[in-house]
Design a protein around this ligand. Structure first.
Ligand code: NBP
Length: 484
């Protein structure tokens, strides 16, 4: 171990489980970095030192020594279990750091916790940066997508360091200063929500093809591999093909047939939906994806309902045409999921006063993270052409794509309903699309109902003001504008 009394490290990592270790190794591999490391239990630190002597880590057993090993302004990246662990480590670092130093929380914190922490830490003169980091353990080691919030001052110091370890897509590092305080963790939360929707849509596409055509998982793996060479090209499509091609060594069956069909979740999808409900943003694709995982994980209810009647399965007449329909339906539904996710970013930015550049967010998701996809370039282009775009789906490229896909999309959703194959994300995306483009919605009737039972008033299409019908009286309409 290096002498920890001299300040030799320019960056430190606290929390050396899989993510912290890999990020520390990634940092150490970049020219100019000397990395200090510290973990609550020293065993993990020793393990990392033993396994990676080439990294030249500066290890400490105490947080005091850790602080002393860092040159000023001290910069520490926290990678511990989000929640109480993060607060505990922040308290420790604040007690040994000085004004001007920087604490980065790279864990999966809820953005409102980050807002709270940033406010509290700022009062000490120390900078606090909540940074969303995506890409799992491999991304952490080789190059993640990084979404930092915090002050512009902190970004000046940490920007070059984060750029040096981030993934690179088309020559550009996948990191940008997202906005102040909790903006980075907010955008990371939306990234995860979109990831939920993307995964569910792909799963539905697989299920529809399997039930509709009788193709085997290996045959469907070929279809996904082919799709990956076109407009759907993405990490998730690529790994889907690999998962479907895998044979279980124990039984010789396709692995996907022996994996228990109950999907887990760590909560960031639910956060995205909860936040969207508070902001009043319909992220129905993401919500259906979260609910689909919840439904899958209710074995008792599923067993009790497994005998309920359904339609007789009808195999599709033209297999190739159906597969192409599913591909287009997947693309259209994916456009909706991203459109909804970006709507939530816009609403969050307005609510929390963040200056978020949507095109830059699409850019930093092109590499390192789970939703990396060719398609993100189209989003960047759409926002570059029109920064005030009111809905992504209305950008010319996406409008054309949906126009091209919509007949297929409708056939697939209709076929799924007729055959009793659950496709909540496909069908809710189509319903959202139809809702958005409707000239007139039955919301008018809902307003009438609300006025009837709760005197909630309504507005008219032909007159300014607010009105109420005297439902329990003579049913004449009165001008209720003055009541407000
Ligand atoms: P874990 O989330 O499993 O956390 C383990 C680390 O937290 C250990 O270093 C542990 O120290 C430390 N820790 C805990 Br638990 N409580 C602590 C406390 N009260 N004080 C100090 N340290 C404490 O690690 P991970 O999977 O590497 O993830 C780290 C962060 O990165 C999490 O916030 C996670 O959500 C986020 N993230 C993970 C991924 C992924 O793919 N895994 C991707 C993106 C982001 P110990 O060794 O002493 O127990």
């Amino acid at each position: 171990m290096t002498d920890t009394t001299t300040a030799t490290a320019n960056i430190g990592v606290v929390g050396l489980a899989v993510m912290g270790s890999n990020l520390a190794r990634n940092l150490a591999s970049r020219e100019g970095n000397t990395v200090a490391i510290y973990n609550r239990s020293y065993g993990r630190t020793q393990e990392l030192l033993d396994e990676h002597p080439e990294a030249g880590f500066v290890a400490s057993k105490t947080v005091e020594d850790f602080a002393a090993s860092l040159s000023k302004p001290r910069t520490a990246l926290i990678m511990v279990k989000a929640g109480a662990g993060t607060d505990a480590v922040i308290d420790q670092l604040v007690s040994v750091f000085e004004p001007g130093d920087i604490i980065i929380d790279g864990g999966n914190a809820l953005f409102t916790d980050t807002i709270r922490r940033e406010k509290a830490v700022r009062e000490t003169g120390i900078n606090f940066v909540g940074a969303g980091i995506s890409g799992g353990e491999e991304g952490a080691l080789l190059g993640p997508s990084i979404m930092p919030g915090g002050s512009a001052e902190a970004w000046e110091t940490i920007g070059p360091i984060l750029k040096s370890i981030a993934a690179v897509a088309e020559g550009e590092p996948c990191v940008t200063h997202v906005g102040t305080d909790g903006a980075g963790h907010f955008v990371k939360m939306i990234h995860n929500g979109i990831e939920y929707a993307d995964m569910q849509l792909i799963a539905e596409a697989y299920d529809l093809i399997r039930h509709g055509t009788g193709k085997t998982p290996a045959e469907i793996a070929d279809i996904f591999a082919e799709w990956n060479s076109g407009e759907l090209e993405s990490y998730l499509i690529e790994i889907t093909s690999e998962v479907l091609r895998q044979t279980d060594a124990k039984t010789g069956k396709p692995l996907v047939d022996v994996i228990l069909d109950q999907a887990g979740a760590k909560g960031t999808g639910a956060w995205t939906v909860q936040t969207a409900l508070d902001l009043g943003i319909p992220v129905s694709g993401i919500a259906e994806a979260v609910f689909a995982r919840s439904l899958s994980s209710k074995p008792e209810q599923r067993a009790a309902a497994s005998g309920l009647p359904g339609p007789k399965p009808t195999p599709v007449a033209d297999t190739d045409a159906f597969v192409e329909d599913v591909r287009l339906a997947l693309y259209a539904s994916k456009i909706i999921a991203y459109s909804q996710g970006f709507d939530e970013i816009v609403a969050g930015a307005a609510e929390y006063n963040w200056d978020i550049h949507k095109g830059d967010i699409a850019k930093i998701w092109r590499g390192g993270c789970i939703i990396r996809a060719q398609f993100l370039n189209r989003i960047t282009e759409a926002y570059a052409a029109d920064p005030g775009l009111v809905a992504l789906v209305t950008a010319p490229y996406f409008t054309d794509a949906v126009a091209r896909a919509q007949d297929s999309w409708r056939r697939v959703v209709a076929a799924a309903a007729a055959s009793g194959i659950p496709s909540p994300a496909f069908s809710s995306s189509l319903a959202y699309y139809d809702g958005l483009r409707s000239k007139r919605l039955p919301a008018a009737l809902v307003q009438g109902q609300r006025d009837f039972f709760g005197a909630h008033n309504y507005q008219r299409v032909d007159l300014p003001g607010t009105f109420h019908t005297l439902w329990s009286g003579d049913r004449t309409e009165i001008d209720a504008s003055d009541a407000h």
